[in-house]
Design a protein around this ligand. Structure first.
Ligand SMILES: [Zn+2]
Length: 270
């Protein structure tokens, strides 16, 4: 599933390669993804002559802004963008954006859990914490009721209503870097550890963005490249391997937690 670094990667690539161009049309190759396409509204947003103004990330979603309005795009489990092939519609290509300069942008999504949702301009924006912002995280962890919650710290980090964009991989990697067990409850964590977490999360995510994200299963960037950050995972997917923290003799464990797997070192994350 694409997480924040992968989504950020698409936001930057679309911003660099397509923003500023005028559209000619949006083409739908099926009726729905996770939800039915709001075709008439989307046609107005990507109408002939409208200009692509901006592409940015909000949590784990992309916002495409044109002179005709805003669209929120979720990549779901397997969504991606790529330069479209003019001569054929690829398998799993569900939407194509055509531009006046001859470029075409394809949206592919084999599992079809993604969606394109029109955002009305008067819709209030939900304020959620951006995990790339250390001060916001520290504020959330230290000054709110979060540190009194009795749910696990990992479930809290992945709660998209609190923090936008942290999924399983980066929650586990950040907890390892901060030396906190994913199984610990929020009310069992010291102030020092909360600070560490708020430092580690943005630095980890920025590093992952630099490496093009983590290529688990089908993820490819706009130019078809795989991310390479998975090679730098310290705990995710490393059960029974040696802990990579200096001077730690621990062995990474994998345990089921809230319907997913958690990997951690029982010695340096306790
Ligand atoms: Zn360890």
């Amino acid at each position: 599933m694409p997480e924040l670094p992968e989504v950020q990667n698409f936001a930057q690539a679309l911003q660099i390669n397509y923003v500023g161009q005028s559209f000619t049309e949006i083409v739908f190759h099926r009726e729905n993804l996770r939800y039915p396409f709001e075709k008439e509204k989307l046609k107005k947003i990507f109408a002939n002559g409208n200009v692509f103004l901006k592409c940015f990330r909000e949590g784990k979603q992309l916002i495409l802004e044109t002179t005709g309005g805003f669209v929120q795009v979720s990549l779901g489990m397997t969504g991606s963008f790529k330069e479209a092939n003019k001569n054929e519609v690829e398998k799993h290509q569900h939407v194509t954006l055509n531009f006046k300069n001859g470029q075409s942008l394809a949206f592919l999504d084999p599992r079809r859990f993604g969606f394109w949702k029109v955002r009305d301009s008067d819709e209030p924006k939900k304020i959620i914490c951006d995990p790339l912002n250390q001060e916001d995280l520290e504020q959330l962890f230290v000054s709110t009721q979060i540190n009194q919650k009795s749910c696990s710290v990992k479930d809290m980090l992945m709660d998209q209503n609190l923090i936008g964009g942290i999924g399983n991989i980066y929650a586990l990697e950040a907890l390892f870097l901060a030396g906190v067990s994913p199984l610990k409850n929020c009310d069992q964590i010291s102030k020092i550890k909360w600070r560490k977490l708020s430092e580690q999360i943005p630095s980890l995510l920025n590093k992952a963005i630099e490496h093009g994200g983590s290529s688990i299963s089908t993820y490819r960037s706009l130019n078809g490249e795989k991310g390479s950050f998975q090679k730098l995972h310290l705990v995710y997917g490393r059960e029974n391997e040696k802990c990579l923290k200096k001077k730690c003799n621990g062995v990474i464990l994998r345990v089921p937690q809230s319907g997913r797997s958690s990997w951690y070192c029982p010695l340096c994350q306790n």
